[in-house]
Design a protein around this ligand. Structure first.
Ligand SMILES: Nc1ncnc2c1ncn2[C@@H]1O[C@H](COP(=O)(O)OP(=O)(O)OP(=O)(O)O)[C@@H](O)[C@H]1O
Ligand SMILES: [Mg+2]
Length: 655
C-alpha cells in the first residue's frame, strides 16, 4: 500500500495508527525513491508537461482574440508598474538632494516646469506617479477581466465536453467509475483544468515581463548589483523544487483520500434504509470520523511542508535586501551611487521577487490543476459506446432509422454473450424470430439470462458472437441513437428522476401535451394514484421516487414507456410489484400497449404472458423450450411444470 486510504473495515485501526503508517511509508518512499526528492516520479506521469501544455494551448485557440488583448494589456500594465520607483529616485536625488535632473529627462519636461524648482518638481513626480498607477490599474483590469472570462468560458466548454463524453461511455466503464467518480471528474477536474489559464500562462507571463523589465533597468543602474541579485535566484529555485517535490505527492494522496471519504458518505446516504435497518449509524459515523481525522492529520503535515516554502521566501527576501543594502550602501558612502539609485534598486529587486514568489506559492495548485487536465484529457480520449466498432466508427456507414419506416422484425441468430472476454457464457447460441408486432415472453429461473437478453435487444451490449437484426439489418450497422429512439424500456429496477410526475412520464418526449401524458398514465393505470395526490401531475417525487410505493413507481415507468410510443417495447418484470387486481387491469390495457409493437416481456407470473406469440424458456443462457402457451403446456416440459406449480401455489397459498 503506497498511499493513505479511507478504511474499508474497522480493522484498519484508528486514524492515528494509519497516519503513523502513512508517514513511515512516505519516508520510505523518499529513500527508496518511488519518487525522487525533486518530485519527479520514477514512473512518469501520464502525460509530460510539454504534452499537457500543448494540449492546453490548442484548447485556447478559439479565444485567440481575447487572449491577445489580455496579454497586451498585461504587458502594458506591468511595464507601467516599473515607472513609479524611478519617480522615487528622482525625488530623493533631485528634490531632497541637490543632484540635477538627468539631461535626458529634463529634455522631456514641459517648458513651464522648472526642474530646479523643487516643490513643483515634487508635485510633478507625484502627479505622474499617481496617473501612471491609475492607468496601470485600469489597463490591468481590462486584461484580467478578459482572462477571467476566457478561463470561465473554457471551463464551461470543458465541463460540457466531459459531461457529453461521460454520458456516452460504455455502460461497463460508467459502472467502473461510479456515479460519484464521474461527477467529480466532470465538475472538479474539468473545472480545475479550465482555471489553468492563470497558473500556466497569466502569472508566468507577468513574472517574465516584470523580470525582464527590472533586469534591464537594474543593468543600467549598476551591473554588479544585478549579478548579486541574479546569483541568489537559483538558490531559491533549488530549495523550492525540493520542498515542492515533497508536497505534491501528499496532495495527490489527500485528493484521493477525500474522494474516497466523500464517495463513501454518498453511498451511506444512498443506502440510508439499509444503514437504519441494521442500526449501523454509530459504526458509519465512526468510520466517517476516522476518515476525516486522518485527512486532517495529513493536511496538517502538508501544511508544515508548505510553510517551509513560505518561510524560505520570508527569510530570503529580507536577507537579500539586507545584503544588497549593505553592498549598495557602501557604494553610496563611497560616492559611486546616489541614495536614489539604491532605493530604486531595492524597490526593483522587491518587484522582481514578487512575481517569482507568486509563481512559487501557486506551484502546488498548478501541479494539481495539471493533474486535473491530465485526467480530463484521459476522459475525453476514451472511446464512446461501441465507438471501437469499425462499422459504427464511420457514421456515414450507420443506417439512420426513421420511426415510421421501421417495421420492427427482430431476429436473433446464434447469439452468444459474455460480459467480459474471459467470462462465462451468459447467453449460449440463442436464435429466434420475433416478427413485427409480436410479443415474445422470456421465462426462466433467476439468473437464467432474461434481463441480459433484453439488454442485447436494447443494444446496451453487443453479442460476443452471432448477430441481432432489425428488419434484416445487423443492429451494429444501425445508428445507435436513432435505434434507441424506437425503444421503450421498463426495467426491473425502476429508475425515476427527482422532479414532478409529469416530468418523469414525459422524459422521452418533453414536448408531449397534457392530454397525451394523461392518456399514457391512464393506460398504465397510474392515473388512479396520481389523482389522489394533492398536486396531481405536479407532485414532486423525491430522488429516485422515494415518495412513491414500488407499484406506483412501476406504473410511472410503464406510462413513460407508453408515451414514448416505441416500435420495440421491453418490459422486464414491469408488473411484478403490483397487486393482482392492478395487474389484471394492466393486463387488459396491455393489449392496447403492445398492439403494433414488437415486445419482449419478462414475467415470473406466468398469467401475464399467456397471450404471447412466442414463449422462450431460458436455462443457463440456453433456450430450452419455445412455442406458444398452448403448445408448451401440451408438452410435459419445463414450462408446463412451471404453470402447474404456479396454479397450485395460488390455489393453496400455504405452500
Ligand atoms: N454486469 C454484469 N457483469 C457480469 N455478470 C453479470 C452482469 N449482469 C448480470 N450478470 C450475470 O448474468 C447472469 C444472468 O443475469 P440476468 O440479469 O440476465 O438474469 P435474469 O434472468 O434477468 O434473472 P432475474 O430473474 O433474477 O432478473 C447472472 O448469473 C448474473 O450473475
Ligand atoms: Mg432480470
Amino acid at each position: 500500500m503506497s498511499e493513505i486510504r479511507h478504511d474499508a473495515t474497522p480493522r484498519d485501526g484508528s486514524s492515528r495508527q494509519r497516519f503513523e503508517r502513512y508517514r513511515a511509508e512516505l519516508s520510505k518512499r523518499s529513500r527508496i525513491g518511488g519518487e525522487d526528492l525533486r518530485g519527479k516520479p520514477r514512473k512518469p506521469l501520464h502525460r509530460s508537461f510539454g504534452t499537457l501544455f500543448r494540449a492546453y494551448i490548442a484548447m485556447l485557440r478559439p479565444y485567440r482574440g481575447a487572449l491577445v488583448i489580455t496579454f497586451a494589456a498585461l504587458a502594458i500594465a506591468t511595464a507601467l508598474a516599473l515607472i513609479p520607483p524611478a519617480g522615487v529616485k528622482i525625488a530623493i536625488d533631485s528634490v531632497f538632494g541637490d543632484a540635477p535632473v538627468a539631461p535626458a529627462l529634463a529634455a522631456w519636461l514641459p517648458s513651464w516646469l522648472d526642474p530646479s524648482n523643487k516643490s513643483s518638481l515634487l508635485a510633478a513626480i507625484v502627479v505622474v506617479t499617481f496617473a501612471t498607477i491609475l492607468v496601470k490599474v485600469a489597463i490591468g483590469l481590462v486584461g484580467r477581466s478578459r482572462a477571467t472570462i476566457v478561463a470561465k468560458k473554457l471551463q464551461v466548454a470543458l465541463r460540457r465536453r466531459a459531461f457529453a463524453k461521460a454520458i456516452r461511455l460504455p455502460l461497463s466503464r460508467v459502472h467502473e467509475l461510479k456515479a460519484g467518480g464521474v461527477s467529480a471528474l466532470v465538475r472538479e477536474d474539468a473545472g480545475a483544468a479550465g482555471e489553468l489559464l492563470f497558473g500556466l500562462l497569466y502569472n508566468p507571463f507577468r513574472a517574465a515581463i516584470q523580470l525582464i523589465g527590472s533586469l534591464v533597468i537594474l543593468a543600467f543602474t549598476d551591473w554588479r548589483l544585478l549579478v548579486g541579485a541574479i546569483v541568489l535566484l537559483p538558490m531559491v529555485w533549488f530549495s523550492h523544487r525540493t520542498w515542492i517535490g515533497r508536497i505534491r505527492p501528499i496532495y495527490r494522496d489527500l485528493k484521493k483520500l477525500r474522494d474516497e471519504i466523500d464517495g463513501h458518505a454518498a453511498e451511506t446516504f444512498g443506502g440510508i434504509r439499509v444503514v437504519r435497518g441494521f442500526a449501523r449509524e454509530p459504526a458509519e459515523v465512526s468510520r466517517f470520523a476516522r476518515g476525516t481525522n486522518l485527512q486532517a492529520r495529513t493536511e496538517i503535515l502538508v501544511w508544515w511542508w508548505s510553510r517551509g516554502v513560505e518561510i524560505a521566501w520570508e527569510l530570503f527576501i529580507p536577507a537579500a535586501t539586507a545584503a544588497l543594502l549593505w553592498y549598495g550602501g557602501s557604494q553610496v558612502v563611497a560616492g559611486r551611487l546616489t541614495a536614489g539609485d539604491l532605493v530604486m534598486f531595492l524597490t526593483y529587486v522587491t518587484l522582481l521577487l514578487g512575481p517569482l514568489e507568486v509563481l512559487a506559492n501557486t506551484a502546488t495548485s498548478l501541479q494539481t490543476s495539471l493533474a486535473s487536465l491530465d485526467r480530463t484529457l484521459d476522459l475525453l480520449g476514451e472511446e464512446e459506446e461501441f465507438g471501437s466498432d469499425a462499422r459504427t466508427a464511420n457514421p456515414q456507414g450507420a443506417r439512420y432509422l426513421e420511426h415510421d419506416r421501421v417495421r420492427g422484425d427482430i431476429r436473433f441468430e446464434h447469439v452468444t454473450f459474455r460480459y467480459a472476454a474471459d467470462g462465462r457464457k451468459i447467453l449460449d447460441d440463442v436464435s429466434f424470430d420475433a416478427p413485427a408486432g409480436t410479443m415474445v415472453a422470456l421465462v426462466g429461473h433467476s439468473g437464467a439470462g432474461k434481463t441480459t437478453l433484453s439488454n442485447l435487444v436494447a443494444r446496451f451490449h453487443d453479442p460476443s458472437s452471432g448477430r441481432i437484426t432489425l428488419d434484416g439489418a445487423d443492429l451494429r450497422d444501425v445508428d445507435l441513437a436513432s435505434y434507441r429512439r424506437l425503444l421503450g424500456i421498463v426495467e426491473q429496477d425502476v429508475f425515476l428522476f427527482d422532479g414532478t410526475i409529469r416530468d418523469n412520464i414525459a422524459y422521452a418526449r418533453p414536448d408531449a401535451r397534457a392530454e397525451e401524458i394523461a392518456h399514457a398514465a391512464r393506460v398504465a393505470r397510474a392515473d388512479v394514484f396520481i389523482e389522489k395526490l394533492d398536486d396531481g401531475y405536479d407532485t414532486r417525487i423525491g430522488e429516485r421516487g422515494v415518495k412513491l410505493s414500488g407499484g406506483e413507481r412501476q406504473r410511472l415507468a410503464l406510462a413513460r414507456a407508453v408515451l414514448a410510443d416505441p416500435r420495440v417495447l421491453i418490459l422486464d418484470e414491469a408488473t411484478s410489484n403490483l397487486d393482482s387486481e392492478s395487474e389484471r387491469f394492466i393486463q387488459a390495457a396491455l393489449g392496447e400497449i403492445l398492439r403494433d409493437r414488437t415486445s419482449f416481456v419478462i414475467a415470473h407470473r406466468l398469467s401475464t404472458i399467456r397471450e404471447a406469440d412466442l414463449i422462450l424458456v431460458l436455462e443457463d443462457g440456453r433456450v430450452v423450450e419455445s412455442g406458444t402457451h398452448d403448445e408448451l403446456t401440451g408438452q410435459s416440459g419445463r414450462y408446463a411444470t412451471m404453470v402447474v406449480l404456479q396454479t397450485e401455489a395460488r390455489r393453496d397459498p400455504a405452500r
